[in-house]
Design a protein. Structure first.
Length: 401
Protein backbone atom coordinates (compact mmCIF):
# COMPACT_ATOMS: atom_id res chain seq x y z
CA UNK A 1 0.00 0.00 0.00
CA UNK A 2 1.07 3.58 -0.61
CA UNK A 3 0.66 6.70 1.49
CA UNK A 4 -0.64 10.00 0.23
CA UNK A 5 2.63 11.56 1.37
CA UNK A 6 4.93 9.07 -0.35
CA UNK A 7 5.17 10.68 -3.78
CA UNK A 8 5.59 14.42 -4.29
CA UNK A 9 4.29 16.00 -7.50
CA UNK A 10 5.75 19.02 -9.22
CA UNK A 11 4.29 21.73 -6.99
CA UNK A 12 4.81 19.93 -3.67
CA UNK A 13 6.78 21.80 -1.02
CA UNK A 14 8.22 20.72 2.30
CA UNK A 15 5.33 21.80 4.52
CA UNK A 16 1.90 20.21 4.70
CA UNK A 17 -0.01 22.56 6.96
CA UNK A 18 -3.69 23.03 6.23
CA UNK A 19 -3.43 26.17 4.08
CA UNK A 20 -0.29 24.89 2.42
CA UNK A 21 -2.06 21.71 1.34
CA UNK A 22 -5.12 23.66 0.15
CA UNK A 23 -2.88 25.88 -1.95
CA UNK A 24 -0.89 22.96 -3.34
CA UNK A 25 -4.00 21.10 -4.48
CA UNK A 26 -5.51 24.28 -5.93
CA UNK A 27 -2.28 25.11 -7.78
CA UNK A 28 -2.09 21.59 -9.18
CA UNK A 29 -5.68 21.85 -10.39
CA UNK A 30 -5.11 25.21 -12.06
CA UNK A 31 -1.91 23.97 -13.68
CA UNK A 32 -3.51 20.86 -15.18
CA UNK A 33 -7.10 22.04 -15.74
CA UNK A 34 -8.55 25.55 -15.22
CA UNK A 35 -8.86 28.37 -12.64
CA UNK A 36 -11.12 28.69 -9.59
CA UNK A 37 -12.22 25.21 -8.48
CA UNK A 38 -14.21 24.69 -5.31
CA UNK A 39 -12.07 23.36 -2.44
CA UNK A 40 -13.16 20.68 0.05
CA UNK A 41 -11.30 19.04 2.95
CA UNK A 42 -12.30 15.60 4.19
CA UNK A 43 -10.73 14.19 7.38
CA UNK A 44 -9.36 10.87 8.45
CA UNK A 45 -10.77 9.39 11.62
CA UNK A 46 -9.76 7.57 14.76
CA UNK A 47 -11.94 5.22 16.77
CA UNK A 48 -11.25 5.28 20.48
CA UNK A 49 -13.14 2.07 21.17
CA UNK A 50 -15.71 -0.14 19.45
CA UNK A 51 -13.83 -2.09 16.77
CA UNK A 52 -15.51 -4.42 14.26
CA UNK A 53 -18.85 -3.61 15.88
CA UNK A 54 -20.24 -1.24 13.26
CA UNK A 55 -21.11 -3.87 10.66
CA UNK A 56 -22.68 -5.88 13.50
CA UNK A 57 -25.05 -2.95 14.22
CA UNK A 58 -23.23 -2.20 17.46
CA UNK A 59 -21.77 0.88 19.18
CA UNK A 60 -18.64 2.82 18.21
CA UNK A 61 -16.83 5.92 19.52
CA UNK A 62 -15.01 7.64 16.63
CA UNK A 63 -13.94 11.17 15.75
CA UNK A 64 -12.43 12.94 12.77
CA UNK A 65 -8.84 14.12 13.16
CA UNK A 66 -6.69 16.95 11.82
CA UNK A 67 -5.37 15.01 8.82
CA UNK A 68 -7.20 15.43 5.54
CA UNK A 69 -7.70 14.60 1.91
CA UNK A 70 -8.14 17.87 0.01
CA UNK A 71 -10.22 18.18 -3.17
CA UNK A 72 -10.31 20.71 -5.99
CA UNK A 73 -13.35 20.14 -8.23
CA UNK A 74 -14.91 22.07 -11.13
CA UNK A 75 -17.26 21.28 -14.05
CA UNK A 76 -15.37 20.93 -17.34
CA UNK A 77 -18.14 21.17 -19.93
CA UNK A 78 -17.17 17.77 -21.32
CA UNK A 79 -18.78 14.33 -21.27
CA UNK A 80 -15.83 13.17 -19.22
CA UNK A 81 -14.67 12.84 -15.61
CA UNK A 82 -10.95 13.62 -15.24
CA UNK A 83 -9.05 12.83 -12.05
CA UNK A 84 -5.53 13.51 -10.81
CA UNK A 85 -4.33 11.72 -7.67
CA UNK A 86 -1.89 14.43 -6.67
CA UNK A 87 0.42 12.55 -4.33
CA UNK A 88 0.61 9.53 -6.62
CA UNK A 89 1.01 11.69 -9.72
CA UNK A 90 -1.51 9.34 -11.32
CA UNK A 91 -4.29 10.27 -13.75
CA UNK A 92 -7.56 8.65 -14.74
CA UNK A 93 -10.39 9.73 -17.01
CA UNK A 94 -13.61 8.10 -18.11
CA UNK A 95 -16.73 8.90 -20.08
CA UNK A 96 -19.59 10.35 -18.06
CA UNK A 97 -21.97 8.22 -20.11
CA UNK A 98 -20.81 4.90 -18.67
CA UNK A 99 -19.55 4.37 -15.13
CA UNK A 100 -17.94 1.07 -14.19
CA UNK A 101 -15.06 -0.14 -11.98
CA UNK A 102 -11.55 0.25 -13.36
CA UNK A 103 -8.09 -1.21 -12.70
CA UNK A 104 -6.91 1.76 -10.59
CA UNK A 105 -7.88 1.06 -6.96
CA UNK A 106 -7.86 4.73 -5.95
CA UNK A 107 -10.19 5.67 -8.80
CA UNK A 108 -12.80 3.10 -7.79
CA UNK A 109 -13.58 4.96 -4.56
CA UNK A 110 -14.46 8.02 -6.65
CA UNK A 111 -16.29 6.15 -9.40
CA UNK A 112 -18.36 4.35 -6.78
CA UNK A 113 -19.66 7.68 -5.45
CA UNK A 114 -20.57 8.85 -8.95
CA UNK A 115 -22.32 5.54 -9.64
CA UNK A 116 -24.38 5.83 -6.46
CA UNK A 117 -25.53 9.34 -7.29
CA UNK A 118 -26.31 8.36 -10.88
CA UNK A 119 -28.29 5.41 -9.53
CA UNK A 120 -30.44 7.91 -7.62
CA UNK A 121 -31.27 9.62 -10.91
CA UNK A 122 -28.81 12.50 -10.50
CA UNK A 123 -27.39 14.03 -13.66
CA UNK A 124 -23.67 14.53 -13.02
CA UNK A 125 -22.07 16.66 -15.75
CA UNK A 126 -18.42 16.13 -16.56
CA UNK A 127 -15.95 17.56 -14.06
CA UNK A 128 -12.26 17.73 -13.23
CA UNK A 129 -10.89 16.70 -9.83
CA UNK A 130 -7.50 16.88 -8.14
CA UNK A 131 -7.14 15.35 -4.68
CA UNK A 132 -4.38 14.58 -2.21
CA UNK A 133 -3.45 15.14 1.41
CA UNK A 134 -1.68 13.93 4.51
CA UNK A 135 -3.69 10.93 5.77
CA UNK A 136 -1.32 7.95 5.98
CA UNK A 137 -2.71 5.16 3.83
CA UNK A 138 -3.02 1.66 5.26
CA UNK A 139 -2.79 2.93 8.83
CA UNK A 140 -6.42 2.40 9.82
CA UNK A 141 -7.36 6.09 9.59
CA UNK A 142 -10.04 5.49 6.95
CA UNK A 143 -8.51 7.39 4.08
CA UNK A 144 -10.97 5.55 1.84
CA UNK A 145 -13.99 7.09 3.60
CA UNK A 146 -12.32 10.50 3.46
CA UNK A 147 -11.99 10.14 -0.32
CA UNK A 148 -15.57 8.94 -0.81
CA UNK A 149 -17.14 11.54 1.45
CA UNK A 150 -14.95 14.33 0.10
CA UNK A 151 -16.05 13.80 -3.48
CA UNK A 152 -19.67 13.21 -2.43
CA UNK A 153 -19.68 16.47 -0.47
CA UNK A 154 -18.06 18.37 -3.36
CA UNK A 155 -20.54 17.12 -5.97
CA UNK A 156 -23.49 17.74 -3.64
CA UNK A 157 -22.31 21.33 -3.17
CA UNK A 158 -21.33 21.89 -6.80
CA UNK A 159 -24.55 20.63 -8.35
CA UNK A 160 -26.94 21.45 -5.49
CA UNK A 161 -28.23 17.88 -5.26
CA UNK A 162 -29.73 18.41 -1.80
CA UNK A 163 -28.37 15.28 -0.13
CA UNK A 164 -28.37 15.34 3.68
CA UNK A 165 -25.21 14.43 5.59
CA UNK A 166 -26.70 11.05 6.42
CA UNK A 167 -27.54 10.38 2.77
CA UNK A 168 -23.97 11.27 1.80
CA UNK A 169 -22.63 8.86 4.42
CA UNK A 170 -24.88 6.02 3.27
CA UNK A 171 -24.14 6.43 -0.42
CA UNK A 172 -20.39 6.62 0.31
CA UNK A 173 -20.63 3.40 2.32
CA UNK A 174 -22.45 1.70 -0.54
CA UNK A 175 -19.81 2.96 -2.98
CA UNK A 176 -17.16 1.15 -0.93
CA UNK A 177 -19.24 -2.03 -0.87
CA UNK A 178 -19.84 -2.10 -4.61
CA UNK A 179 -16.71 -0.55 -6.12
CA UNK A 180 -13.97 -1.39 -3.60
CA UNK A 181 -15.32 -4.77 -2.53
CA UNK A 182 -15.20 -3.98 1.19
CA UNK A 183 -18.32 -4.77 3.22
CA UNK A 184 -17.62 -1.95 5.70
CA UNK A 185 -20.04 -0.69 8.30
CA UNK A 186 -21.26 2.90 8.50
CA UNK A 187 -18.85 4.17 11.18
CA UNK A 188 -16.11 5.57 8.95
CA UNK A 189 -18.31 7.58 6.64
CA UNK A 190 -20.48 8.77 9.54
CA UNK A 191 -17.47 9.99 11.52
CA UNK A 192 -15.92 11.70 8.50
CA UNK A 193 -19.11 13.71 7.90
CA UNK A 194 -20.64 14.23 11.37
CA UNK A 195 -17.64 14.94 13.63
CA UNK A 196 -17.20 18.11 15.68
CA UNK A 197 -13.94 19.59 16.93
CA UNK A 198 -12.92 18.34 20.40
CA UNK A 199 -15.72 15.75 20.49
CA UNK A 200 -16.16 12.03 19.94
CA UNK A 201 -19.37 10.47 18.62
CA UNK A 202 -21.16 7.64 20.35
CA UNK A 203 -22.88 6.10 17.34
CA UNK A 204 -25.53 3.40 17.47
CA UNK A 205 -24.92 1.68 14.14
CA UNK A 206 -28.35 0.04 14.23
CA UNK A 207 -30.57 3.10 14.66
CA UNK A 208 -27.91 5.68 13.66
CA UNK A 209 -28.79 7.62 16.81
CA UNK A 210 -25.71 9.48 17.94
CA UNK A 211 -24.45 11.69 20.73
CA UNK A 212 -21.40 13.94 20.80
CA UNK A 213 -19.22 13.78 23.91
CA UNK A 214 -16.83 16.66 24.53
CA UNK A 215 -13.35 15.35 25.25
CA UNK A 216 -11.21 17.51 27.54
CA UNK A 217 -7.74 16.89 26.12
CA UNK A 218 -6.02 19.67 28.05
CA UNK A 219 -3.76 17.16 29.82
CA UNK A 220 -3.93 14.22 27.38
CA UNK A 221 -2.94 13.39 23.83
CA UNK A 222 -4.22 10.83 21.36
CA UNK A 223 -1.14 9.29 19.80
CA UNK A 224 -1.02 6.88 16.88
CA UNK A 225 1.91 4.57 16.27
CA UNK A 226 2.18 2.98 12.84
CA UNK A 227 3.43 -0.60 12.84
CA UNK A 228 4.71 -0.21 9.30
CA UNK A 229 2.72 -3.33 8.42
CA UNK A 230 0.37 -2.46 5.57
CA UNK A 231 -3.07 -3.99 5.53
CA UNK A 232 -5.90 -4.15 3.04
CA UNK A 233 -9.48 -4.07 4.27
CA UNK A 234 -10.44 -5.88 1.08
CA UNK A 235 -8.45 -8.89 2.26
CA UNK A 236 -10.25 -12.15 2.77
CA UNK A 237 -9.78 -12.00 6.56
CA UNK A 238 -11.82 -8.80 7.01
CA UNK A 239 -14.79 -10.01 5.01
CA UNK A 240 -14.48 -13.44 6.61
CA UNK A 241 -15.08 -11.93 10.05
CA UNK A 242 -18.32 -10.46 8.82
CA UNK A 243 -19.42 -13.83 7.47
CA UNK A 244 -18.47 -15.55 10.73
CA UNK A 245 -20.62 -13.12 12.71
CA UNK A 246 -23.50 -13.66 10.32
CA UNK A 247 -23.16 -17.41 10.79
CA UNK A 248 -23.64 -16.87 14.53
CA UNK A 249 -26.71 -14.74 13.85
CA UNK A 250 -28.15 -17.43 11.57
CA UNK A 251 -27.77 -20.04 14.32
CA UNK A 252 -29.50 -17.84 16.91
CA UNK A 253 -32.32 -16.84 14.55
CA UNK A 254 -33.57 -20.40 14.84
CA UNK A 255 -33.70 -20.10 18.63
CA UNK A 256 -35.33 -16.70 19.12
CA UNK A 257 -37.58 -14.38 17.12
CA UNK A 258 -36.60 -10.87 16.11
CA UNK A 259 -32.86 -11.45 15.67
CA UNK A 260 -31.41 -9.64 12.66
CA UNK A 261 -27.87 -8.98 13.87
CA UNK A 262 -25.64 -9.52 16.91
CA UNK A 263 -27.08 -6.30 18.31
CA UNK A 264 -30.31 -8.22 18.99
CA UNK A 265 -28.48 -10.98 20.86
CA UNK A 266 -27.86 -11.23 24.61
CA UNK A 267 -24.93 -12.96 26.24
CA UNK A 268 -27.40 -15.23 28.03
CA UNK A 269 -28.73 -16.43 24.68
CA UNK A 270 -25.22 -17.21 23.46
CA UNK A 271 -24.36 -19.08 26.66
CA UNK A 272 -27.61 -21.04 26.48
CA UNK A 273 -26.85 -22.13 22.90
CA UNK A 274 -23.08 -22.33 23.01
CA UNK A 275 -23.13 -26.06 22.20
CA UNK A 276 -24.48 -25.13 18.75
CA UNK A 277 -21.46 -22.96 17.90
CA UNK A 278 -18.03 -24.08 16.86
CA UNK A 279 -15.23 -22.46 18.88
CA UNK A 280 -14.39 -19.83 16.26
CA UNK A 281 -17.96 -18.54 15.83
CA UNK A 282 -18.42 -18.48 19.60
CA UNK A 283 -15.30 -16.33 20.01
CA UNK A 284 -16.39 -13.88 17.32
CA UNK A 285 -19.90 -13.39 18.69
CA UNK A 286 -18.75 -13.13 22.30
CA UNK A 287 -16.20 -10.47 21.38
CA UNK A 288 -18.79 -8.30 19.63
CA UNK A 289 -21.19 -8.34 22.59
CA UNK A 290 -18.39 -7.59 25.05
CA UNK A 291 -17.07 -4.75 22.90
CA UNK A 292 -20.51 -3.14 22.76
CA UNK A 293 -20.59 -3.19 26.56
CA UNK A 294 -17.14 -1.61 26.64
CA UNK A 295 -18.28 1.28 24.44
CA UNK A 296 -21.23 1.99 26.74
CA UNK A 297 -18.93 1.83 29.78
CA UNK A 298 -16.39 4.08 28.04
CA UNK A 299 -19.03 6.77 27.50
CA UNK A 300 -19.88 6.62 31.19
CA UNK A 301 -16.18 7.13 31.92
CA UNK A 302 -16.09 10.21 29.67
CA UNK A 303 -19.20 11.63 31.34
CA UNK A 304 -17.48 11.21 34.72
CA UNK A 305 -14.04 12.37 33.56
CA UNK A 306 -12.52 9.00 34.51
CA UNK A 307 -9.78 8.63 31.89
CA UNK A 308 -7.94 5.94 33.86
CA UNK A 309 -10.93 3.61 33.65
CA UNK A 310 -11.42 4.59 30.01
CA UNK A 311 -7.83 3.57 29.28
CA UNK A 312 -8.29 0.18 30.89
CA UNK A 313 -11.26 -0.43 28.61
CA UNK A 314 -8.99 0.31 25.64
CA UNK A 315 -6.59 -2.41 26.80
CA UNK A 316 -9.46 -4.85 27.27
CA UNK A 317 -10.63 -4.04 23.75
CA UNK A 318 -7.20 -4.92 22.37
CA UNK A 319 -7.04 -8.20 24.23
CA UNK A 320 -10.46 -9.12 22.82
CA UNK A 321 -9.37 -8.22 19.30
CA UNK A 322 -6.23 -10.28 19.77
CA UNK A 323 -7.67 -13.37 21.45
CA UNK A 324 -11.32 -13.62 20.39
CA UNK A 325 -11.69 -11.72 17.15
CA UNK A 326 -8.13 -12.62 16.10
CA UNK A 327 -7.45 -9.62 13.88
CA UNK A 328 -4.28 -8.38 15.56
CA UNK A 329 -0.72 -9.24 14.55
CA UNK A 330 2.62 -9.60 16.32
CA UNK A 331 3.62 -6.00 15.60
CA UNK A 332 0.39 -4.53 16.98
CA UNK A 333 0.64 -6.73 20.06
CA UNK A 334 4.24 -5.67 20.62
CA UNK A 335 3.37 -1.97 20.52
CA UNK A 336 0.52 -2.42 22.99
CA UNK A 337 2.65 -4.56 25.32
CA UNK A 338 5.38 -1.91 25.34
CA UNK A 339 2.94 0.64 26.77
CA UNK A 340 1.67 -1.50 29.65
CA UNK A 341 4.46 -0.63 32.13
CA UNK A 342 4.92 2.95 30.91
CA UNK A 343 4.15 5.86 33.21
CA UNK A 344 1.55 8.20 31.80
CA UNK A 345 0.01 5.82 29.27
CA UNK A 346 -3.62 5.34 30.27
CA UNK A 347 -4.66 3.01 27.46
CA UNK A 348 -3.63 1.48 24.14
CA UNK A 349 -5.09 -0.83 21.54
CA UNK A 350 -4.98 -1.71 17.87
CA UNK A 351 -7.22 0.42 15.70
CA UNK A 352 -8.89 -0.27 12.38
CA UNK A 353 -9.46 -3.47 10.48
CA UNK A 354 -6.39 -5.15 11.91
CA UNK A 355 -3.49 -7.23 10.56
CA UNK A 356 -1.34 -4.09 10.56
CA UNK A 357 -1.87 -0.36 10.67
CA UNK A 358 -1.77 1.69 13.87
CA UNK A 359 -2.20 1.48 17.58
CA UNK A 360 -4.10 4.28 19.30
CA UNK A 361 -2.73 5.42 22.66
CA UNK A 362 -4.05 7.73 25.37
CA UNK A 363 -1.00 9.50 26.84
CA UNK A 364 -0.62 12.18 29.49
CA UNK A 365 1.03 15.24 27.94
CA UNK A 366 3.82 15.41 30.50
CA UNK A 367 4.86 11.87 29.51
CA UNK A 368 4.52 12.35 25.75
CA UNK A 369 8.21 12.82 24.94
CA UNK A 370 9.15 9.82 27.05
CA UNK A 371 6.49 7.72 25.32
CA UNK A 372 7.82 8.60 21.88
CA UNK A 373 11.40 7.92 22.91
CA UNK A 374 10.65 4.53 24.46
CA UNK A 375 8.59 3.39 21.47
CA UNK A 376 11.32 4.50 19.06
CA UNK A 377 13.99 2.72 21.11
CA UNK A 378 12.08 -0.54 21.49
CA UNK A 379 10.17 -0.97 18.23
CA UNK A 380 11.34 -1.10 14.63
CA UNK A 381 9.16 -1.54 11.57
CA UNK A 382 9.55 -4.58 9.29
CA UNK A 383 12.03 -2.59 7.16
CA UNK A 384 14.06 -1.79 10.33
CA UNK A 385 13.14 1.89 10.44
CA UNK A 386 11.67 3.91 13.30
CA UNK A 387 7.86 3.86 13.51
CA UNK A 388 5.85 6.86 12.44
CA UNK A 389 4.21 8.49 15.48
CA UNK A 390 1.34 10.95 15.06
CA UNK A 391 -0.25 13.15 17.70
CA UNK A 392 -3.85 13.89 16.70
CA UNK A 393 -6.29 16.68 17.36
CA UNK A 394 -9.99 15.83 17.18
CA UNK A 395 -11.49 17.87 14.36
CA UNK A 396 -14.66 18.60 12.44
CA UNK A 397 -16.15 16.71 9.52
CA UNK A 398 -15.95 17.17 5.75
CA UNK A 399 -16.43 20.80 4.72
CA UNK A 400 -15.40 23.51 2.30
CA UNK A 401 -11.74 24.42 2.64
Amino acid sequence: MYRWTDIKSEVYNATNTDMSMVNQIKQAFEKHFSPAPIMVKSPGRVNLIGEHTDYNNGFVLPSAIDKYVYFAVKPNGLDEYRFLAYDLNSRFSTSSRRIEPCDKPWANYLLGVIAQMAGHGKNIPGFDCVFGGNIPMGAGLSSSAAIECGLAYALNHLYNFGYSQLELALLSQKAEHEYAGVQCGIMDQFAVLFSRSDHVIKLDCQSLDHEHYKLDMSHLSIVLVNTGVKHSLASSEYNRRRMECQKGVDILKRESDGIRSLRDVSMDLIVKNRHKFDETILKRCTYVLEENERVIAACDCLANGDFNAFGQLMYQSHYGLRDKYQVSCAELDRLVELTEPMDGVLGARMMGGGFGGCTINLVENNHLDNFKQLITNEYKTPDSSNPEIYTCTLGGGTRLA
